[in-house]
Design a protein around this ligand. Structure first.
Ligand SMILES: Cc1cc2nc3c(=O)[nH]c(=O)nc-3n(C[C@H](O)[C@H](O)[C@H](O)COP(=O)(O)OP(=O)(O)OC[C@H]3O[C@@H](n4cnc5c(N)ncnc54)[C@H](O)[C@@H]3O)c2cc1C
Length: 566
Protein backbone atom coordinates (compact mmCIF):
# COMPACT_ATOMS: atom_id res chain seq x y z
CA UNK A 1 0.00 0.00 0.00
CA UNK A 2 1.15 3.55 -0.76
CA UNK A 3 3.22 4.91 2.17
CA UNK A 4 1.35 8.24 2.58
CA UNK A 5 -2.06 6.52 2.46
CA UNK A 6 -0.94 3.91 4.97
CA UNK A 7 0.38 6.51 7.41
CA UNK A 8 -2.76 8.64 6.96
CA UNK A 9 -4.94 5.66 7.89
CA UNK A 10 -2.82 4.93 10.96
CA UNK A 11 -2.83 8.63 11.97
CA UNK A 12 -6.61 9.05 11.50
CA UNK A 13 -7.39 6.04 13.64
CA UNK A 14 -4.81 6.83 16.35
CA UNK A 15 -5.77 10.53 16.48
CA UNK A 16 -9.51 9.86 16.61
CA UNK A 17 -9.19 7.29 19.42
CA UNK A 18 -6.70 9.41 21.42
CA UNK A 19 -9.00 12.45 21.15
CA UNK A 20 -11.50 10.78 23.52
CA UNK A 21 -9.27 12.10 26.34
CA UNK A 22 -9.63 15.62 24.97
CA UNK A 23 -13.40 15.39 24.71
CA UNK A 24 -13.42 14.85 28.49
CA UNK A 25 -11.65 18.20 29.09
CA UNK A 26 -12.73 20.32 26.10
CA UNK A 27 -16.22 19.02 25.21
CA UNK A 28 -17.42 19.46 21.56
CA UNK A 29 -17.07 15.72 20.69
CA UNK A 30 -17.45 15.89 16.87
CA UNK A 31 -15.14 18.85 16.41
CA UNK A 32 -12.51 17.48 18.79
CA UNK A 33 -12.49 13.99 17.21
CA UNK A 34 -12.05 15.58 13.76
CA UNK A 35 -9.26 17.81 15.07
CA UNK A 36 -7.62 14.87 16.88
CA UNK A 37 -7.74 12.78 13.68
CA UNK A 38 -6.25 15.64 11.60
CA UNK A 39 -3.39 16.07 14.08
CA UNK A 40 -2.95 12.29 14.05
CA UNK A 41 -2.50 12.31 10.26
CA UNK A 42 0.12 15.08 10.48
CA UNK A 43 1.94 13.23 13.28
CA UNK A 44 1.96 9.85 11.50
CA UNK A 45 3.02 11.33 8.15
CA UNK A 46 5.80 13.47 9.65
CA UNK A 47 7.44 10.82 11.85
CA UNK A 48 9.31 7.81 10.57
CA UNK A 49 8.35 4.93 12.89
CA UNK A 50 11.05 2.77 14.48
CA UNK A 51 9.64 -0.67 15.17
CA UNK A 52 8.84 -1.30 18.88
CA UNK A 53 9.89 2.17 20.13
CA UNK A 54 6.84 2.48 22.39
CA UNK A 55 8.43 4.44 25.23
CA UNK A 56 10.08 6.94 22.86
CA UNK A 57 6.75 7.40 21.04
CA UNK A 58 4.95 7.94 24.33
CA UNK A 59 7.45 10.64 25.36
CA UNK A 60 7.56 12.33 21.94
CA UNK A 61 3.74 12.38 21.73
CA UNK A 62 3.39 13.65 25.31
CA UNK A 63 5.88 16.46 24.65
CA UNK A 64 3.98 17.41 21.48
CA UNK A 65 0.93 17.98 23.70
CA UNK A 66 2.50 21.16 25.17
CA UNK A 67 2.82 23.18 21.92
CA UNK A 68 -0.57 21.84 20.77
CA UNK A 69 -2.11 23.13 23.98
CA UNK A 70 -0.47 26.52 23.44
CA UNK A 71 -1.54 26.79 19.82
CA UNK A 72 -5.07 25.45 20.13
CA UNK A 73 -6.38 25.95 23.67
CA UNK A 74 -4.54 29.15 24.55
CA UNK A 75 -4.56 30.88 21.14
CA UNK A 76 -6.86 29.41 18.51
CA UNK A 77 -9.97 28.69 20.64
CA UNK A 78 -10.14 32.24 22.16
CA UNK A 79 -9.55 33.75 18.67
CA UNK A 80 -12.40 31.68 17.18
CA UNK A 81 -14.62 32.90 20.02
CA UNK A 82 -13.61 36.49 19.08
CA UNK A 83 -11.59 36.96 22.29
CA UNK A 84 -7.93 37.93 22.56
CA UNK A 85 -5.65 35.16 23.86
CA UNK A 86 -4.35 35.94 27.35
CA UNK A 87 -1.51 34.35 29.29
CA UNK A 88 -1.71 36.01 32.65
CA UNK A 89 -1.06 33.72 35.65
CA UNK A 90 -4.84 33.72 36.33
CA UNK A 91 -5.66 32.61 32.77
CA UNK A 92 -2.93 29.97 32.83
CA UNK A 93 -4.57 28.40 35.88
CA UNK A 94 -7.86 28.06 34.00
CA UNK A 95 -6.00 26.53 31.04
CA UNK A 96 -4.28 23.91 33.21
CA UNK A 97 -6.87 21.08 32.82
CA UNK A 98 -6.61 21.51 29.04
CA UNK A 99 -2.81 21.22 29.30
CA UNK A 100 -3.18 17.88 31.09
CA UNK A 101 -5.71 16.78 28.45
CA UNK A 102 -3.38 17.65 25.57
CA UNK A 103 -0.37 15.93 27.13
CA UNK A 104 -2.39 12.74 27.73
CA UNK A 105 -3.81 13.00 24.20
CA UNK A 106 -0.26 13.37 22.79
CA UNK A 107 1.02 10.39 24.79
CA UNK A 108 -1.93 8.24 23.67
CA UNK A 109 -1.45 9.38 20.07
CA UNK A 110 2.25 8.42 20.21
CA UNK A 111 1.49 4.97 21.64
CA UNK A 112 -1.40 4.23 19.29
CA UNK A 113 0.49 5.40 16.20
CA UNK A 114 3.40 3.17 17.17
CA UNK A 115 1.13 0.16 17.80
CA UNK A 116 -0.84 0.62 14.57
CA UNK A 117 2.34 1.19 12.52
CA UNK A 118 3.79 -2.07 13.87
CA UNK A 119 0.51 -3.84 13.07
CA UNK A 120 0.46 -2.35 9.55
CA UNK A 121 4.02 -3.61 9.01
CA UNK A 122 2.92 -7.11 9.98
CA UNK A 123 -0.07 -7.03 7.63
CA UNK A 124 1.34 -5.12 4.64
CA UNK A 125 5.09 -5.62 5.11
CA UNK A 126 7.83 -2.94 5.53
CA UNK A 127 7.13 0.62 4.31
CA UNK A 128 10.42 0.84 2.46
CA UNK A 129 10.82 -1.68 -0.29
CA UNK A 130 13.60 -4.15 0.52
CA UNK A 131 16.75 -3.04 -1.29
CA UNK A 132 17.27 -4.53 -4.70
CA UNK A 133 20.29 -6.83 -4.85
CA UNK A 134 23.46 -4.74 -4.73
CA UNK A 135 26.63 -5.56 -6.63
CA UNK A 136 28.83 -8.37 -5.24
CA UNK A 137 31.56 -6.02 -3.96
CA UNK A 138 30.88 -4.54 -0.52
CA UNK A 139 30.14 -0.81 -0.77
CA UNK A 140 31.91 1.13 1.98
CA UNK A 141 30.18 4.28 3.18
CA UNK A 142 32.24 6.41 5.57
CA UNK A 143 30.72 9.36 7.44
CA UNK A 144 33.02 11.99 8.97
CA UNK A 145 31.53 13.73 12.03
CA UNK A 146 29.12 12.47 14.68
CA UNK A 147 27.00 15.60 15.08
CA UNK A 148 23.41 16.14 13.97
CA UNK A 149 24.17 15.62 10.28
CA UNK A 150 26.55 12.67 10.68
CA UNK A 151 24.47 10.70 13.17
CA UNK A 152 21.23 11.24 11.25
CA UNK A 153 22.94 10.20 8.00
CA UNK A 154 24.03 6.94 9.64
CA UNK A 155 20.53 6.33 11.07
CA UNK A 156 18.86 6.95 7.69
CA UNK A 157 21.39 4.79 5.84
CA UNK A 158 20.63 1.98 8.31
CA UNK A 159 16.93 2.42 7.53
CA UNK A 160 17.49 2.62 3.77
CA UNK A 161 19.72 -0.43 3.49
CA UNK A 162 18.46 -2.41 6.51
CA UNK A 163 20.93 -5.24 7.27
CA UNK A 164 22.31 -5.46 3.72
CA UNK A 165 25.39 -7.69 3.71
CA UNK A 166 26.86 -5.95 0.67
CA UNK A 167 27.28 -2.62 2.42
CA UNK A 168 29.26 -1.30 5.39
CA UNK A 169 28.68 1.99 7.19
CA UNK A 170 31.44 3.56 9.30
CA UNK A 171 31.12 6.75 11.32
CA UNK A 172 34.29 8.54 12.41
CA UNK A 173 34.10 11.26 15.05
CA UNK A 174 36.42 12.84 17.58
CA UNK A 175 33.75 12.63 20.30
CA UNK A 176 31.77 9.48 21.03
CA UNK A 177 28.44 11.24 21.57
CA UNK A 178 26.05 13.54 19.76
CA UNK A 179 25.93 16.90 21.52
CA UNK A 180 22.44 18.43 21.69
CA UNK A 181 23.60 22.05 21.25
CA UNK A 182 20.20 23.74 21.82
CA UNK A 183 20.56 22.86 25.52
CA UNK A 184 24.26 23.82 25.81
CA UNK A 185 23.51 27.19 27.45
CA UNK A 186 21.66 25.34 30.22
CA UNK A 187 24.83 23.36 30.98
CA UNK A 188 26.87 26.59 31.17
CA UNK A 189 24.15 28.02 33.43
CA UNK A 190 24.24 24.92 35.67
CA UNK A 191 20.61 23.93 34.98
CA UNK A 192 21.52 20.63 33.31
CA UNK A 193 24.19 18.02 33.96
CA UNK A 194 26.66 17.96 31.03
CA UNK A 195 26.32 14.31 30.08
CA UNK A 196 22.51 14.53 30.03
CA UNK A 197 22.52 16.46 26.74
CA UNK A 198 24.88 14.06 24.95
CA UNK A 199 23.69 10.83 23.34
CA UNK A 200 26.23 8.00 22.94
CA UNK A 201 26.74 7.22 19.25
CA UNK A 202 27.56 3.57 19.84
CA UNK A 203 24.24 2.77 21.52
CA UNK A 204 22.18 4.81 19.05
CA UNK A 205 23.54 3.17 15.89
CA UNK A 206 23.06 -0.54 15.39
CA UNK A 207 24.57 -1.50 12.02
CA UNK A 208 27.21 1.23 11.87
CA UNK A 209 30.80 0.74 12.91
CA UNK A 210 31.86 3.65 15.11
CA UNK A 211 35.49 4.82 15.15
CA UNK A 212 36.48 7.40 17.78
CA UNK A 213 39.27 9.35 16.16
CA UNK A 214 40.24 12.70 14.73
CA UNK A 215 40.36 12.93 10.95
CA UNK A 216 43.68 14.47 9.86
CA UNK A 217 43.26 14.33 6.06
CA UNK A 218 41.43 12.71 3.20
CA UNK A 219 43.33 11.14 0.31
CA UNK A 220 40.82 11.87 -2.45
CA UNK A 221 42.79 10.07 -5.16
CA UNK A 222 43.38 6.95 -3.03
CA UNK A 223 39.85 7.11 -1.57
CA UNK A 224 40.99 6.77 2.07
CA UNK A 225 40.46 8.74 5.26
CA UNK A 226 43.58 9.34 7.33
CA UNK A 227 43.22 9.53 11.09
CA UNK A 228 45.44 11.71 13.25
CA UNK A 229 48.51 9.80 14.25
CA UNK A 230 48.70 8.76 17.88
CA UNK A 231 51.84 6.93 19.09
CA UNK A 232 49.83 4.85 21.59
CA UNK A 233 47.46 3.70 18.87
CA UNK A 234 50.30 3.10 16.38
CA UNK A 235 52.02 0.89 18.96
CA UNK A 236 48.80 -1.02 19.59
CA UNK A 237 48.48 -1.61 15.85
CA UNK A 238 45.14 0.27 15.67
CA UNK A 239 43.82 1.27 12.28
CA UNK A 240 44.88 4.75 11.14
CA UNK A 241 43.28 4.87 7.69
CA UNK A 242 39.84 3.94 6.43
CA UNK A 243 39.08 3.21 2.76
CA UNK A 244 35.75 4.36 1.30
CA UNK A 245 33.51 4.19 -1.77
CA UNK A 246 31.16 6.92 -0.58
CA UNK A 247 32.43 9.62 1.78
CA UNK A 248 30.09 11.94 3.68
CA UNK A 249 31.52 15.18 5.10
CA UNK A 250 29.52 16.15 8.22
CA UNK A 251 32.28 17.86 10.18
CA UNK A 252 30.32 20.90 11.33
CA UNK A 253 31.75 24.35 12.00
CA UNK A 254 34.32 26.00 14.26
CA UNK A 255 34.53 29.48 15.81
CA UNK A 256 35.78 32.18 13.48
CA UNK A 257 37.78 34.95 15.20
CA UNK A 258 38.24 36.88 11.95
CA UNK A 259 42.02 36.84 12.34
CA UNK A 260 42.01 38.43 15.83
CA UNK A 261 44.57 36.24 17.60
CA UNK A 262 44.10 37.84 21.03
CA UNK A 263 40.38 37.20 20.96
CA UNK A 264 41.06 33.56 20.24
CA UNK A 265 43.65 33.41 23.01
CA UNK A 266 41.73 35.20 25.77
CA UNK A 267 38.13 34.16 25.14
CA UNK A 268 36.11 31.05 25.83
CA UNK A 269 34.69 29.16 22.89
CA UNK A 270 31.05 28.08 23.11
CA UNK A 271 30.58 25.09 20.83
CA UNK A 272 31.40 21.90 22.70
CA UNK A 273 30.39 20.28 25.97
CA UNK A 274 33.83 20.97 27.39
CA UNK A 275 33.40 24.68 26.51
CA UNK A 276 30.16 24.84 28.52
CA UNK A 277 31.75 23.01 31.48
CA UNK A 278 34.75 25.34 31.38
CA UNK A 279 32.55 28.46 31.31
CA UNK A 280 30.48 27.26 34.27
CA UNK A 281 33.58 26.42 36.29
CA UNK A 282 35.22 29.72 35.41
CA UNK A 283 32.13 31.66 36.56
CA UNK A 284 32.28 29.87 39.92
CA UNK A 285 36.03 30.54 40.07
CA UNK A 286 35.37 34.26 39.58
CA UNK A 287 32.85 34.27 42.44
CA UNK A 288 35.30 32.45 44.72
CA UNK A 289 38.12 34.89 43.92
CA UNK A 290 35.88 37.96 44.21
CA UNK A 291 34.78 36.71 47.63
CA UNK A 292 38.40 37.05 48.84
CA UNK A 293 39.13 40.34 47.01
CA UNK A 294 39.13 43.53 49.09
CA UNK A 295 39.29 46.04 46.24
CA UNK A 296 35.82 46.84 44.84
CA UNK A 297 37.08 47.68 41.29
CA UNK A 298 38.90 44.35 41.09
CA UNK A 299 35.77 42.61 42.38
CA UNK A 300 33.61 44.22 39.69
CA UNK A 301 36.15 43.15 37.05
CA UNK A 302 35.89 39.56 38.25
CA UNK A 303 32.12 39.68 38.31
CA UNK A 304 31.75 41.12 34.79
CA UNK A 305 30.95 38.50 32.14
CA UNK A 306 31.10 39.59 28.50
CA UNK A 307 29.41 37.57 25.74
CA UNK A 308 30.27 38.50 22.14
CA UNK A 309 27.52 37.83 19.58
CA UNK A 310 23.77 38.52 19.67
CA UNK A 311 22.63 35.44 17.73
CA UNK A 312 20.82 32.50 19.33
CA UNK A 313 23.91 31.02 21.01
CA UNK A 314 25.06 34.37 22.48
CA UNK A 315 21.62 35.46 23.70
CA UNK A 316 20.82 32.09 25.28
CA UNK A 317 24.22 32.00 26.97
CA UNK A 318 23.97 35.59 28.27
CA UNK A 319 20.46 34.85 29.63
CA UNK A 320 21.61 31.61 31.29
CA UNK A 321 24.76 33.16 32.81
CA UNK A 322 22.78 36.14 34.10
CA UNK A 323 20.25 33.87 35.82
CA UNK A 324 23.02 31.68 37.20
CA UNK A 325 25.20 34.53 38.49
CA UNK A 326 22.26 36.35 40.09
CA UNK A 327 21.02 33.07 41.57
CA UNK A 328 24.29 32.02 43.23
CA UNK A 329 25.24 35.44 44.59
CA UNK A 330 23.28 34.55 47.76
CA UNK A 331 25.92 31.88 48.47
CA UNK A 332 28.55 34.65 48.67
CA UNK A 333 27.32 37.03 51.41
CA UNK A 334 30.30 39.40 50.96
CA UNK A 335 29.32 40.12 47.33
CA UNK A 336 26.64 42.60 46.25
CA UNK A 337 24.20 42.03 43.37
CA UNK A 338 25.13 45.50 42.01
CA UNK A 339 28.71 44.34 41.49
CA UNK A 340 27.53 41.74 38.97
CA UNK A 341 27.36 42.50 35.30
CA UNK A 342 26.57 40.43 32.21
CA UNK A 343 27.28 42.36 29.00
CA UNK A 344 26.23 41.29 25.52
CA UNK A 345 28.19 42.89 22.66
CA UNK A 346 26.63 42.75 19.20
CA UNK A 347 27.70 44.38 15.95
CA UNK A 348 24.18 45.16 14.69
CA UNK A 349 21.47 47.46 16.02
CA UNK A 350 19.36 44.61 17.37
CA UNK A 351 19.87 41.12 18.72
CA UNK A 352 18.44 37.88 17.27
CA UNK A 353 18.43 38.93 13.60
CA UNK A 354 17.00 35.46 12.78
CA UNK A 355 13.70 36.46 14.49
CA UNK A 356 11.29 39.29 13.64
CA UNK A 357 12.18 42.73 14.98
CA UNK A 358 9.37 42.76 17.59
CA UNK A 359 10.60 39.49 19.12
CA UNK A 360 14.23 40.66 19.03
CA UNK A 361 13.28 43.88 20.86
CA UNK A 362 11.13 41.93 23.33
CA UNK A 363 14.07 39.63 24.13
CA UNK A 364 16.35 42.63 24.71
CA UNK A 365 13.80 44.38 26.96
CA UNK A 366 13.24 41.27 29.08
CA UNK A 367 16.96 40.68 29.46
CA UNK A 368 17.60 44.33 30.38
CA UNK A 369 14.88 44.11 33.06
CA UNK A 370 16.85 41.20 34.53
CA UNK A 371 20.12 43.11 34.53
CA UNK A 372 21.85 42.25 31.23
CA UNK A 373 23.63 45.22 29.61
CA UNK A 374 23.71 45.54 25.81
CA UNK A 375 26.42 47.15 23.67
CA UNK A 376 24.82 47.26 20.21
CA UNK A 377 26.42 48.50 16.97
CA UNK A 378 29.69 47.63 18.69
CA UNK A 379 32.52 45.35 17.62
CA UNK A 380 35.18 43.64 19.67
CA UNK A 381 38.61 44.71 18.47
CA UNK A 382 41.00 43.17 20.98
CA UNK A 383 41.26 41.34 24.28
CA UNK A 384 43.90 41.16 27.02
CA UNK A 385 43.73 39.43 30.39
CA UNK A 386 41.18 41.50 32.36
CA UNK A 387 40.33 43.83 29.46
CA UNK A 388 37.98 43.60 26.49
CA UNK A 389 38.50 46.31 23.88
CA UNK A 390 35.49 47.47 21.87
CA UNK A 391 35.18 49.65 18.77
CA UNK A 392 33.91 52.43 21.06
CA UNK A 393 35.54 51.83 24.43
CA UNK A 394 36.65 49.03 26.74
CA UNK A 395 35.25 46.80 29.48
CA UNK A 396 37.24 45.58 32.46
CA UNK A 397 36.30 41.90 32.65
CA UNK A 398 37.96 38.60 33.43
CA UNK A 399 35.49 36.64 31.31
CA UNK A 400 34.87 36.84 27.57
CA UNK A 401 32.89 34.23 25.62
CA UNK A 402 33.00 34.30 21.83
CA UNK A 403 29.87 33.32 19.88
CA UNK A 404 30.13 36.04 17.24
CA UNK A 405 31.28 34.09 14.21
CA UNK A 406 31.61 30.59 12.82
CA UNK A 407 33.37 29.08 9.84
CA UNK A 408 33.10 25.60 8.28
CA UNK A 409 35.49 22.95 9.62
CA UNK A 410 39.06 23.85 8.55
CA UNK A 411 39.84 20.24 7.59
CA UNK A 412 38.17 20.79 4.24
CA UNK A 413 40.39 23.83 3.51
CA UNK A 414 43.33 21.80 2.21
CA UNK A 415 41.19 19.53 0.02
CA UNK A 416 41.00 20.19 -3.71
CA UNK A 417 37.23 20.56 -3.69
CA UNK A 418 34.90 23.43 -4.66
CA UNK A 419 34.27 25.74 -1.67
CA UNK A 420 32.36 28.98 -1.15
CA UNK A 421 33.99 32.11 0.30
CA UNK A 422 33.38 30.90 3.89
CA UNK A 423 35.16 27.62 3.08
CA UNK A 424 32.03 25.44 3.02
CA UNK A 425 31.96 22.59 0.49
CA UNK A 426 29.77 23.50 -2.47
CA UNK A 427 27.25 20.75 -3.10
CA UNK A 428 24.83 20.05 -5.93
CA UNK A 429 21.07 19.95 -5.29
CA UNK A 430 21.43 16.25 -4.46
CA UNK A 431 24.04 17.10 -1.74
CA UNK A 432 26.83 15.49 -3.77
CA UNK A 433 30.03 17.57 -3.65
CA UNK A 434 30.19 19.54 -6.89
CA UNK A 435 31.59 17.34 -9.68
CA UNK A 436 32.74 14.57 -7.27
CA UNK A 437 30.74 11.33 -7.56
CA UNK A 438 30.83 9.41 -4.27
CA UNK A 439 31.60 12.50 -2.18
CA UNK A 440 28.76 14.11 -0.22
CA UNK A 441 28.50 16.94 2.31
CA UNK A 442 25.80 17.97 4.79
CA UNK A 443 25.29 20.23 7.77
CA UNK A 444 27.38 23.24 8.76
CA UNK A 445 30.41 22.27 6.63
CA UNK A 446 28.35 22.29 3.40
CA UNK A 447 27.07 25.20 1.29
CA UNK A 448 23.61 23.82 0.55
CA UNK A 449 21.18 25.66 -1.72
CA UNK A 450 17.49 24.80 -1.54
CA UNK A 451 16.50 23.00 -4.76
CA UNK A 452 13.07 24.66 -4.85
CA UNK A 453 13.72 28.23 -3.71
CA UNK A 454 17.37 28.60 -4.78
CA UNK A 455 18.14 30.18 -1.37
CA UNK A 456 21.14 29.14 0.77
CA UNK A 457 20.16 26.88 3.68
CA UNK A 458 21.05 28.17 7.16
CA UNK A 459 23.63 26.29 9.26
CA UNK A 460 21.21 24.91 11.85
CA UNK A 461 20.49 21.49 13.32
CA UNK A 462 16.98 21.66 11.87
CA UNK A 463 18.39 21.76 8.33
CA UNK A 464 21.31 19.40 9.02
CA UNK A 465 18.86 16.65 10.07
CA UNK A 466 16.70 17.04 6.94
CA UNK A 467 19.75 17.18 4.66
CA UNK A 468 20.95 13.90 6.17
CA UNK A 469 17.63 12.20 5.32
CA UNK A 470 17.80 13.28 1.66
CA UNK A 471 21.47 12.35 1.44
CA UNK A 472 20.83 8.77 2.63
CA UNK A 473 18.02 8.38 0.09
CA UNK A 474 20.30 9.69 -2.66
CA UNK A 475 23.13 7.30 -1.80
CA UNK A 476 20.65 4.45 -2.11
CA UNK A 477 19.18 5.89 -5.33
CA UNK A 478 22.65 6.23 -6.83
CA UNK A 479 23.58 2.66 -5.91
CA UNK A 480 20.42 1.47 -7.70
CA UNK A 481 20.89 3.73 -10.72
CA UNK A 482 17.77 5.83 -9.95
CA UNK A 483 17.58 9.65 -10.32
CA UNK A 484 18.70 11.70 -7.29
CA UNK A 485 16.37 13.93 -5.29
CA UNK A 486 17.02 17.69 -4.81
CA UNK A 487 17.10 19.01 -1.23
CA UNK A 488 14.18 21.21 -0.19
CA UNK A 489 12.95 22.06 3.29
CA UNK A 490 10.79 24.88 4.67
CA UNK A 491 12.04 25.99 8.07
CA UNK A 492 9.69 25.10 10.92
CA UNK A 493 10.64 28.29 12.77
CA UNK A 494 12.96 29.24 15.59
CA UNK A 495 12.88 29.32 19.39
CA UNK A 496 15.18 31.12 21.80
CA UNK A 497 15.25 31.17 25.62
CA UNK A 498 16.17 34.60 26.95
CA UNK A 499 16.20 33.84 30.67
CA UNK A 500 14.19 32.39 33.56
CA UNK A 501 10.89 31.01 32.18
CA UNK A 502 10.94 33.42 29.25
CA UNK A 503 11.48 32.65 25.58
CA UNK A 504 10.66 33.88 22.08
CA UNK A 505 9.28 31.62 19.39
CA UNK A 506 8.46 32.21 15.76
CA UNK A 507 6.82 29.14 14.24
CA UNK A 508 5.97 28.71 10.57
CA UNK A 509 2.27 28.32 9.73
CA UNK A 510 2.02 25.09 7.69
CA UNK A 511 1.13 25.52 3.98
CA UNK A 512 0.98 29.33 4.29
CA UNK A 513 3.97 30.35 2.17
CA UNK A 514 6.26 31.97 4.69
CA UNK A 515 3.73 33.19 7.26
CA UNK A 516 4.64 32.64 10.90
CA UNK A 517 3.13 32.85 14.39
CA UNK A 518 4.98 34.60 17.19
CA UNK A 519 4.98 33.69 20.87
CA UNK A 520 6.80 35.13 23.83
CA UNK A 521 7.10 34.81 27.59
CA UNK A 522 6.07 31.77 29.61
CA UNK A 523 4.07 30.17 26.79
CA UNK A 524 7.04 30.31 24.41
CA UNK A 525 9.27 28.94 27.17
CA UNK A 526 6.92 25.97 27.74
CA UNK A 527 6.92 25.39 23.98
CA UNK A 528 10.73 25.55 23.91
CA UNK A 529 10.99 22.94 26.65
CA UNK A 530 8.30 20.70 25.13
CA UNK A 531 9.71 20.83 21.60
CA UNK A 532 13.37 20.40 22.49
CA UNK A 533 12.66 17.67 25.03
CA UNK A 534 10.84 15.77 22.29
CA UNK A 535 13.78 16.31 19.93
CA UNK A 536 16.48 15.27 22.40
CA UNK A 537 17.47 11.78 21.20
CA UNK A 538 16.93 8.82 23.54
CA UNK A 539 14.34 8.18 26.23
CA UNK A 540 16.90 7.90 29.02
CA UNK A 541 18.31 11.38 28.23
CA UNK A 542 14.80 12.83 28.13
CA UNK A 543 14.09 11.48 31.61
CA UNK A 544 17.42 12.75 32.97
CA UNK A 545 16.78 16.25 31.57
CA UNK A 546 13.21 16.26 32.93
CA UNK A 547 14.58 15.34 36.36
CA UNK A 548 17.21 18.12 36.19
CA UNK A 549 14.46 20.61 35.33
CA UNK A 550 12.27 19.32 38.16
CA UNK A 551 15.15 19.59 40.69
CA UNK A 552 15.86 23.14 39.47
CA UNK A 553 12.28 24.16 40.35
CA UNK A 554 12.82 23.43 44.03
CA UNK A 555 16.54 23.77 44.75
CA UNK A 556 19.20 26.44 44.11
CA UNK A 557 21.73 25.93 41.30
CA UNK A 558 24.86 23.97 42.04
CA UNK A 559 28.16 25.81 42.64
CA UNK A 560 30.45 22.77 42.79
CA UNK A 561 33.45 23.11 40.48
CA UNK A 562 33.98 19.94 38.47
CA UNK A 563 37.41 20.49 36.88
CA UNK A 564 40.60 21.93 38.30
CA UNK A 565 41.15 25.22 36.49
CA UNK A 566 44.73 25.51 37.63
C1 LIG B 1 25.30 26.91 21.51
C2 LIG B 1 24.60 26.49 20.25
C3 LIG B 1 23.21 26.45 20.22
C4 LIG B 1 22.54 26.05 19.05
N1 LIG B 1 21.18 26.01 19.05
C5 LIG B 1 20.52 25.58 17.94
C6 LIG B 1 19.11 25.46 17.94
O1 LIG B 1 18.46 25.77 18.92
N2 LIG B 1 18.50 24.99 16.81
C7 LIG B 1 19.22 24.64 15.70
O2 LIG B 1 18.62 24.21 14.70
N3 LIG B 1 20.56 24.76 15.66
C8 LIG B 1 21.23 25.20 16.76
N4 LIG B 1 22.60 25.32 16.74
C9 LIG B 1 23.33 25.01 15.51
C10 LIG B 1 23.54 23.50 15.41
O3 LIG B 1 24.18 23.01 16.55
C11 LIG B 1 24.40 23.20 14.19
O4 LIG B 1 23.82 23.76 13.05
C12 LIG B 1 24.48 21.68 14.01
O5 LIG B 1 25.18 21.13 15.10
C13 LIG B 1 25.19 21.33 12.71
O6 LIG B 1 25.29 19.94 12.62
P1 LIG B 1 26.60 19.27 11.98
O7 LIG B 1 26.39 17.81 12.08
O8 LIG B 1 26.86 19.88 10.66
O9 LIG B 1 27.79 19.74 12.92
P2 LIG B 1 28.08 19.33 14.43
O10 LIG B 1 26.82 19.00 15.14
O11 LIG B 1 28.92 20.44 14.98
O12 LIG B 1 28.93 18.00 14.32
C14 LIG B 1 30.24 17.97 13.80
C15 LIG B 1 30.89 16.71 14.31
O13 LIG B 1 32.14 16.53 13.66
C16 LIG B 1 33.10 16.15 14.62
N5 LIG B 1 34.41 16.58 14.10
C17 LIG B 1 34.83 17.82 13.80
N6 LIG B 1 36.07 17.80 13.31
C18 LIG B 1 36.46 16.50 13.32
C19 LIG B 1 37.65 15.83 12.93
N7 LIG B 1 38.70 16.48 12.44
N8 LIG B 1 37.69 14.50 13.08
C20 LIG B 1 36.64 13.79 13.57
N9 LIG B 1 35.50 14.38 13.94
C21 LIG B 1 35.40 15.72 13.81
C22 LIG B 1 32.68 16.88 15.88
O14 LIG B 1 33.23 16.27 17.03
C23 LIG B 1 31.17 16.72 15.80
O15 LIG B 1 30.79 15.49 16.36
C24 LIG B 1 23.29 25.72 17.90
C25 LIG B 1 24.70 25.76 17.94
C26 LIG B 1 25.33 26.13 19.11
C27 LIG B 1 26.85 26.17 19.13
Amino acid sequence: MNRALRRSLVGTLAGAVASCVLVATLGQPILIVLLGAAIGIGYAVALDPTRGAYVDSLMAGGALGVPLWGLISVIAIPLFSKRMPEWSAEQMRTHFPALVGWVVYGAALGLLTQGLSDLAERIWGPEIEPPSPLPEKKTRIVILGGGFAGMRTAECLEEQFRASASLSITLVSETNALLFTPMLAEVAGSSLEPSHISTPLRSSLHQTEFVRGRVADVDLAGRRVLLESDPAMDAAGLRQEIPYDHLVFALGAVSNYMGMANLQKYSFNFKSLLDAIRIRNHVIEMFERADREGDSDARRQMLTFVVAGGGFAGVELAGALNDYARGIVVDYPKLQREELSVVLVHSRDRILPELSETLGRYAQRKMEERGVTFCLNTRLTDAQPGLVTLSDGAIRAETLVWTAGTAPNPLTKSLQLAKDKRGALIVEKSLQVQGQPGLWAVGDCAAVVDAKTGKPCPPTAQFALREAQVLAKNIRAQSEGRPLQGFHFDSLGALCVVGHQTACAELAVPFSQGRSMRFSGLLAWLMWRGIYLAKLPGLERKIRVLMDWAVELFFPRDIVQTIDLK
